[in-house]
Design a protein around this ligand. Structure first.
Ligand code: NAP
Length: 288
């Protein structure tokens, strides 16, 4: 068996086409485009690349982005004030704070300050808790991107054995919760999992988000499994690779995502989606 490669760039391109139409409709009805504020504190080079990509993606679909670059020595109080200002700004529908933040800043404090209605990254505790109770205002972008890829390929989740390798708060745990809410049977693995392969071999859908290049080799994958590789690892020569031995696992899986060009483009696309949904909700509320 040779897996079908899920082309995240193509799925993202299609969705962005649909989003551009929704943005035009919003502009026509509301007199303004949806607005996303992106805050970067400090000069982490990887964060600068991520932020640039997000700002460019906004302009591709017509979302107004407001990029706020703050120095690394910005105080917690000044950052909270910035968030307060954006919470009150009627032209801003979404607020994103690029992580990581400098060590002197209390990340949770800052994320909790973002209005739940503008928390388009889905990191506010209300939104995180909503993944458990089903009352999420916004789903976090990377797990949502994984879900959309499965939906696009019409891969059934209900009743499937899902194994998620990686248990971080921003990828592994929310992905597991989202797929569990669609009636998958979910297992989460992490660094302390003993004999990872005994779990991964059970997976109908294997989602890997560990940040360990080549962690998943063919012997760890059931024939016909769907393999979603969230990992992004930069090799010393600059090449990007995922957590899955792509060429090897491709011979055994039914579907596989490449890195780059798999989950990555979907993450940014879901940020656009959440910002548009926020603007649509605000417009609907203004008409009530
Ligand atoms: P993270 O916070 O470092 O979490 C990694 C998780 O993987 C942890 O739960 C860790 O276990 C687990 N892990 C590490 N080594 C393992 C191993 N050998 N076996 C089993 N589990 C292991 O990373 P993250 O933020 O979730 O990101 C994970 C990867 O996804 C990274 O490569 C990141 O660059 C990538 N990423 C991609 C996107 C995208 O849009 N494609 C978005 C976000 C992140 P413990 O909990 O025990 O430490």
């Amino acid at each position: 068996m040779v897996a079908k490669i899920i082309d995240g760039r193509e799925v993202a391109r299609k969705l962005r086409g649909e989003y551009a139409v929704r943005v035009s409709e919003l502009k026509a009805q509301n007199g303004r485009a949806p607005g996303l504020a992106v805050i970067l504190v400090g000069d982490n080079p990887a964060s600068q690349v991520y932020v640039r990509n997000k700002v460019r993606a906004c302009s591709d679909v017509g979302i107004d982005s407001k990029f706020i670059a703050l120095p690394a020595n910005t105080t917690q109080a000044a950052l909270l004030q910035q968030v307060d200002d954006l919470n009150g700004d009627m032209t801003i529908d979404g607020i994103l704070i690029q992580l990581p933040l400098p060590p002197h800043i209390d990340i949770r404090d800052v994320l909790e300050r973002i209005s739940v209605e503008k928390d388009v990254d889905g990191f506010h505790l209300y939104n995180v808790g909503g993944l458990v109770t089903g009352s999420t205002v916004f789903s976090p972008c990377t797990p949502y991107g994984v879900q959309k890829l499965l939906e696009h390929e019409k891969i059934p989740v209900e009743g499937a054995n899902v194994v998620v390798v990686g248990a971080s708060n921003i990828v592994g745990k929310p992905t597991a919760l989202m797929l569990m809410s669609q009636d998958a049977t979910v297992c989460i693995c992490h660094k302390k999992t003993r004999d990872l392969a005994q779990f991964t071999l059970l997976a109908d859908i294997l989602v890997v988000a560990a940040g360990v290049p080549g962690l998943i080799v063919p012997q760890m994958v059931k024939t016909g499994a769907v393999v979603i590789d969230v990992g992004i690892n930069r090799l010393p020569d600059g090449t990007l690779i995922g957590d899955v031995d792509f060429e090897g696992v491709r011979q055994k899986a039914s579907y596989i995502t490449p890195v780059p060009g798999g989950v990555g483009p979907m993450t940014v696309t879901m940020l656009l989606h959440n910002t548009i949904v926020s603007a649509e909700r605000t417009l609907a509320a203004s008409k009530r």
